[in-house]
Design a protein around this ligand. Structure first.
Ligand SMILES: Cc1cc2nc3c(=O)[nH]c(=O)nc-3n(C[C@H](O)[C@H](O)[C@H](O)COP(=O)(O)OP(=O)(O)OC[C@H]3O[C@@H](n4cnc5c(N)ncnc54)[C@H](O)[C@@H]3O)c2cc1C
Length: 506
């Protein structure tokens, strides 16, 4: 039986980050991935030679000076020079379109600039906007984990952890459009304003609000860079492989891991970076309490997306990427909750991005419409590429609806040519995620997520459902879990940049 210091389960950004931090410290690591390719939601796919991202379209955390939290994280991991951010235009970070009222609002970059612009454009809410942004910045100033130096300690609870985003909006803002402009980025973590705490919203959005960037070669840039250093660190990587069973549990410690290929390994620690419901299915029932299992089962999924991938001919030469949202309503609580088993026109984010196709530069369009698995649950038992004709009819109708709205409200998308589409079932099956959600579990106020050490002492959980979703949230969770495993002193030294980043094993 081969023995490891750590097994990391899942090769999404959280798994790759965890494996890298541990291998940087000389640990012998086994990385297990259920899919045939590495990278999880970050791996790109190609159609007709055109690259498309699945779960990485933009992020906060980079800045021009190279001092953003993501700059620092990637530097610590030794891959910053492999990742090239491309910033969205600062004056037009996000265009929000409200077809019902015929209103359109362009949100710029920079929290203070947004505050001043909103006060100018909505003077009736000026005083409330000041109150909102003061509270917003209080959360940011009291969240040390928004910088790498703060990864040393988990943030102390704040008053803003105990109030919902919606209650703060209601206290400060009377205009529903202003409320939606302020809360709209909750579509990037999938929890409605009446369920998310105010602090969750501030932490999830601050980076994107300060500077929004995509990355050259998209999610593949992260995956390729991290997989290269892991191979160099001689991390054992196995695809199409997972943990089938945890055996020999003594004093709450798993002694032996039976893998899906029949082999067995032992490890001092095992870190799951997969969906909490999938973690639960592997943990031995007799070693976890009923209360624990019920808590995990009760976690609710975030929304997923119905996605269109296409191209536009306009802007032949390289232009900047742009982000627009079409919001059928201002009520984000209703729009992020499944209220009907019939598909409805949901809010959608449309990203136009210049990419390198195999035949030269191409302008891609990715349109992500909020969607829920409940609307396609009649096909839940079906498998990829073997679904009923009615499912393809559902996809055709959704495609028609999205294209018609994009052509009507986003002039640059008038000549959009659709290349492919994905439903929540597609995401479920490609990403090996049990519910097709985009962001794992909802980050509800007062909820205890699966994060850090679990009831079995050598089993840990990280990943997008642990603290916050998104590339940054998932990576941050990996740092915290590694801190626990490596010990605070070693970790503090690592954060200071003093640890030699090349593997002690090579
Ligand atoms: C459509 C969509 C758009 C998004 N857009 C953005 C965006 O623009 N910006 C952003 O920051 N975030 C975005 N996200 C969210 C972001 O992709 C995720 O939060 C993040 O990538 C999650 O990383 P992870 O490592 O936690 O999980 P994942 O990427 O889901 O990785 C988990 C891995 O574990 C594997 N796995 C599952 N079960 C097992 C098992 N039993 N054994 C072994 N392996 C297993 C999976 O195959 C997968 O490779 C988006 C997500 C989606 C779906």
């Amino acid at each position: 039986m081969k023995s490891y210091d750590s097994i990391v389960v899942g090769s999404g950004i959280a798994g790759l980050t965890t494996a890298r931090i541990l291998s940087q410290h000389g640990k012998k690591v086994l990385l297990l991935e259920k899919a045939s390719i590495l990278g999880g939601s970050l791996a790109r796919f190609r159609v007709e030679g055109i690259p498309y991202d699945v779960g990485f379209h933009f992020t906060g955390g980079f800045n021009d000076e190279g001092t953003g939290v993501l700059d620092s994280i990637l530097s610590l991991l030794g891959v910053r020079d492999r990742i090239h951010p491309i910033y969205f235009p600062r004056e037009a970070n996000h265009r929000m379109i409200f077809p019902k009222s015929g209103f359109e609002y362009i949100v710029p970059c920079g929290t203070e600039i947004v505050r001043q612009q909103l006060k100018r454009d909505f003077p009736h809410d000026a005083a409330g906007l000041d109150r909102y942004f003061t509270r917003f910045m209080e959360v940011i100033d009291n969240t040390p984990t928004l910088e790498v130096s703060g990864f040393d300690e988990f943030p102390a609870p704040l008053e803003a952890d105990r109030v919902t985003l919606q209650s703060v909006l209601d206290e400060c803002i009377s205009d529903p459009i202003v409320q939606t402009v302020l809360a709209g980025l909750c579509m990037c973590y999938g929890t409605p304003p009446n369920e998310a705490s105010f602090s969750t919203h501030c932490r999830a959005c601050y980076g994107m609000q300060e500077s929004l960037a995509r990355v050259e070669d998209g999610g593949d840039a992260f995956v390729d860079a991290l997989v290269d250093v892991l191979r160099n660190d001689r991390v054992d990587i196995r695809t199409r492989c997972t943990i089938a069973k945890c055996e020999d549990v003594k004093q709450r410690k798993v002694g032996r891991f039976v893998l899906s290929d029949g082999s067995e390994v032992s490890a001092e620690t095992c870190i799951f970076t997969i969906h909490p419901h999938s973690i639960l299915s592997v943990l031995p029932e007799e070693n976890t309490s009923k209360a624990f299992r019920e808590r995990v089962r009760d976690f609710q999924a975030t929304n997923g997306f119905f996605t269109l991938y296409g191209t536009v001919d306009e802007m032949k030469e390289k232009g900047p990427a742009t982000l627009a949202s079409i919001l059928p309503d201002t009520d984000l609580n209703a729009m992020l909750t499944c209220n009907s088993s019939e598909p409805v026109d949901g809010p959608m984010m449309v990203l136009r991005s210049p990419e390198k196709g195999s035949d030269g530069p191409v302008n891609t369009v990715t349109a992500l419409e909020v969607a829920f698995p409940q609307t396609i649950e009649h096909w839940a038992a079906s498998k990829l590429k073997r679904r009923a004709p009615e499912y393809y009819e559902y996809k055709r109708l959704r495609t028609e609806s999205l294209v018609s709205r994009m052509k009507q409200f986003i002039p640059e998308c008038r000549d959009m040519h659709v290349i492919d589409s994905a439903s929540t079932l597609t995401y479920r099956d490609y990403l090996h995620n049990p519910d097709g959600s985009a962001y794992g579990i909802r980050q509800k106020m007062g909820q205890f997520n699966l994060f850090g050490r679990l009831p079995l002492v050598n089993i840990y959980a990280a990943g997008q459902s642990a603290i916050l979703p998104g590339v940054l949230g998932a990576m941050t969770s990996s740092f915290f879990v590694c801190r626990r495993i490596l010990g605070h002193e070693v970790f503090r030294e690592y954060l200071s940049g003093k640890t030699c980043v090349s593997s002690a094993r090579s």
